[in-house]
Design a protein around this ligand. Structure first.
Ligand code: SF4
Length: 191
């Protein structure tokens, strides 16, 4: 499942890899949710407003920042509120779908409540969100997505983690800088 792109330094390749991984993870989550009867309460969003802001890798943050620059530059103003935020700056309280960067959201945002881990015997253990409505957890939940399987493998730097708002802000600043350089070389430090 993991693709090793550590030998490829350009951003386009990394983002393409992320896009493929996200598509595959979304497909697997849909499949698992159907099998297992797992779903979020309508309009919930509690996971995005918890005290703990999820941490994401640099490569996930760059993917989201690139999407914002290319698809939703109006969202750049959200960075103005980063110092005063209570939770992820891309959470929209007014919209029942909540996430402003849904198409580019990181892995933890996709898989929270719809994934699990392996115990010391190698068995899959489903970790649902406590707010979810579940048909009784059964054997149909006995094998599901493992989020680390969907992390694209890169150099250590690209696996560093930061709280989601700060990570995407840093990535956005970096990409804006690169964009400002005419003919900037995109074969960067990850190679
Ligand atoms: S990126 Fe979207 S899904 Fe992830 S924490 Fe922020 S609002 Fe929630």
């Amino acid at each position: 499942m993991n693709r090793d792109y550590s030998g490829t330094g350009d951003r386009e390749t990394r983002w393409l890899a992320m896009s493929l991984q996200y598509n595959e993870l979304d497909r697997r989550i849909d499949e698992f949710a159907q099998q297992c009867g797992a779903s979020c309460p309508w309009g919930c969003g509690t996971c995005c407003t918890a005290d703990y802001e999820p941490e994401v890798t640099t490569v996930e943050a760059e993917f989201a920042a690139r999407w914002i620059i290319d698809q939703r530059p109006d969202l750049e103003q959200r960075f103005d509120g980063i110092a005063d935020r209570e939770y992820c700056i891309f959470y929209d309280q007014e919209n029942p779908f909540h996430c402003m960067i849904y198409a580019a959201r990181p892995i933890i945002c996709r898989g929270f409540g719809f994934s699990g881990y392996r115990d010391k015997h190698g068995s899959f253990v489903y970790r649902p969100c406590r707010h979810m409505t579940l048909t009784p957890v059964s054997s149909s939940c006995s094998e599901g997505p493992l989020l680390p399987d969907y992390q694209v493998q890169y150099t250590l730097e690209y696996r560093e983690v930061q709280p989601i708002s700060e990570a995407i802000f840093s990535a956005w600043q970096k990409l804006k800088y690169y964009d400002s350089l005419s003919g900037g070389d995109d074969q960067d430090e990850a190679s």
